[in-house]
Design a protein around this ligand. Structure first.
Ligand code: NAP
Length: 294
């Protein structure tokens, strides 16, 4: 049996069409234009491409958007002052600081400086806390996107065994929390694996839904997956370059072998990736509506 391919690209397109309708209505009915600023410090090529894709998506949806490029040696105080400027700008509803930041800048301090009402990446502790207790908040974009993919794929989560590989603050930990929540798309029994987990295969083999965010190419092999499992591959690993100089990407799971065993699987690229940016757009629309009291 070959698995159904869960196309994040297609789901993301559907959500963006829904968002476009919402944005047009916000503009026409209420005179509200969602505003997003993306702040890029330095010129890390991966960061440049992520920020460019975010700006393109914002532009296509008709947002008011600013791309704010800052030099790699910007002083921490200057970056904090810049964030404060956008905190106080009523035309900006969402502030995104592209990570990672240069070493001399304290990332935590910078993320904490963003007004939680404009924290469309969902990394501020106020939003993280609200997420954990199941209150309405800005959900972090990648786990939020994964949740949407799981819901829209029709996979049953209530009572399912969900195994998350990876416990980072941006993917693994929030994912665990979302799958635990007693509501649609959650209500699962959740296990989390990391580098100190013993006999990881014993856990992954039990998973009805296996979510892998380890950042290690093909760390999950077919023998680690249960027949009929739903497999979500979050990993983006650059494993080489084409003769034209384009990066060759692969995920954290052995896609070719596992697709013969799983019931559904996300590809890399074209799986979780397109969802992350789309959820950032969704959060920005939510921020604009909240700011307008809608
Ligand atoms: P990270 O901060 O490096 O965290 C990786 C996690 O995986 C850690 O908790 C680590 O365990 C665990 N881990 C690593 N190797 C493992 C192994 N062999 N067995 C079990 N656990 C292992 O990475 P991240 O930021 O969460 O990102 C993970 C991957 O997702 C990366 O490839 C990243 O590029 C990708 N990603 C994609 C998107 C997207 O939009 N598609 C967004 C974000 C991230 P310890 O805690 O014990 O070290």
């Amino acid at each position: 049996m070959s698995a159904k391919i869960i196309s994040g690209k297609e789901v993301a397109e559907t959500i963006r069409k829904e968002l476009k309708v919402e944005v047009d209505e916000l503009k026409e009915k209420y005179g509200v234009t969602p505003g997003l600023v993306t702040i890029l410090v330095g010129e890390n090529p991966a960061s440049v491409s992520y920020v460019t894709a975010k700006q393109k998506a914002a532009h296509e949806l008709g947002f008011y958007s600013i791309q704010d490029n800052q030099p790699a040696d910007i002083a921490e105080d200057a970056l904090l002052a810049l964030i404060e400027k956008y905190n106080n700008n009523p035309a900006i509803h969402g502030i995104l600081v592209q990570l990672p930041l240069p070493r001399h800048v304290n990332e935590t301090k910078v993320l904490y400086a963003i007004n939680p009402d404009k924290d469309v990446d969902g990394f501020h502790p106020v939003n993280v806390g609200k997420m954990v207790i199941g209150e309405r908040c800005f959900l972090p974009c990648t786990p939020h996107g994964i949740l949407e993919l799981i819901i829209r794929s029709g996979a049953q989560t209530k009572g399912a065994e969900v195994v998350v590989v990876g416990r980072s603050n941006i993917v693994g930990k929030p994912m665990v929390n979302l799958m635990l929540q007693k509501r649609a798309g959650g209500d699962a029994t959740v296990t989390v694996c990391h580098t100190s987990t013993k006999n990881m295969v014993e856990h992954t083999k039990r998973a009805d839904i296996l979510i892998v965010a380890a950042g290690r190419p093909k760390v999950i092999t077919a023998d680690m997956v249960k027949d009929g499992a739903v497999v979500i591959d979050v990993g983006v690993n650059r494993i080489g370059k084409t003769p034209e100089g384009k990066a060759i990407l692969c995920g954290d799971v052995d896609f070719d072998a596992i697709k013969e065993k799983a019931s559904a699987i996300t590809p890399v690229p074209g799986g979780v990736g397109p969802m992350t940016i789309t959820m950032l757009m969704k959060n920005t629309v939510q921020a604009a509506k909240q700011a307008a009291g809608l």
